[in-house]
Design a binder for this molecule. Structure first.
Ligand SMILES: C[S@@+](CC[C@H](N)C(=O)[O-])C[C@H]1O[C@@H](n2cnc3c(N)ncnc32)[C@H](O)[C@@H]1O
Length: 230
């Protein structure tokens, strides 16, 4: 019998959680994600990129460095995650003026209530890594994608894929997190239980009017959603 989804808390704002996440080395999977995006968008993400659920900015910084002509905006709802992102930005003055962060808890507020830096219909690429599985209502991500994207924007969303069984979850935890701090192991296990399947994501996209995007399984435990909007 398939494993049912068990949601986890949305925001990652616990001090120990933020500290462990920010200290963890996700460099190779983060860089692989950015290169995967580059490949799928034919190296044409455009000039305004938004990173939804940016956390401490792991992906946002890589986007800003990979496309030096682009403006990059990272959005997250967790103040402690954003504080780490801002500290890192202060240590990277070469990115000042091109990389920014703003606090937003999805669902996206009405345009009049958005922080000054955030505009609807404005981003040539809408990107997100490992946010979807946190959301109790996944449609809030797809609605934000649709609202923030400019015409012909490229969308790339990568996330965990829910395994078929508890045993498969435990195998992944043992294989990838054996030597990680306990808080990261706990969060990874909870995230695998909270993740969606490709079929569930396909249904979400249909409901959000984004059926033109493709959904595929990726590797042992990921899924990806991508495509160019009309
Ligand atoms: C697993 S982290 C991923 C961080 C980053 N994208 C990365 O790849 O390193 C998920 C992030 O999504 C944020 N998040 C969860 N629910 C959110 C919501 N409803 N609105 C905004 N951010 C949210 C959390 O606070 C956390 O920083």
């Amino acid at each position: 019998m398939a494993l049912h989804r068990t949601p986890e808390p949305e925001l990652m704002d616990g001090a120990d959680q933020v500290e462990a996440y920010a200290a963890a080395d996700f460099a190779s999977s983060d860089q692989a994600m950015v290169e995967r995006l580059a490949l799928l968008c034919a190296d044409q993400p455009g000039s305004r990129l938004v990173d939804l659920g940016c956390g401490p900015g792991n992906i946002s910084f890589r986007l800003a460095r990979r496309w030096p002509q682009a403006q990059v905006l990272g959005l997250d709802g967790a103040p402690r995650m954003l504080a780490v992102a801002e500290q890192r930005l202060a240590a990277a003055p070469e990115l000042a003026g091109r990389l920014h962060f703003a606090e937003i808890v999805l669902p996206l507020p009405e345009p009049a209530s958005l922080p000054g830096r955030v505009s609807t219909g404005a981003y040539s690429a809408v990107i997100s890594n490992s946010l979807l599985h946190h959301l109790h209502d996944p449609l809030v991500l797809w609605q934000a994608v649709a609202a923030l994207a400019s015409p012909a924007a490229f969308v790339y969303v990568q996330d965990l894929r829910r395994p078929d069984s508890v045993a498969a979850v435990e195998e992944l935890v043992a294989a990838t997190m054996a030597s990680a701090p306990a808080v990261l192991r706990r969060d990874y296990r909870a995230s695998l239980h909270a993740a969606f399947t490709p079929a569930e994501v396909t249904a979400q996209l249909a409901q959000a009017g984004l059926s033109g995007l493709r959904v595929e399984a990726l590797g042992a435990c990921y899924l990806e959603v991508w495509g160019r909007l009309p």
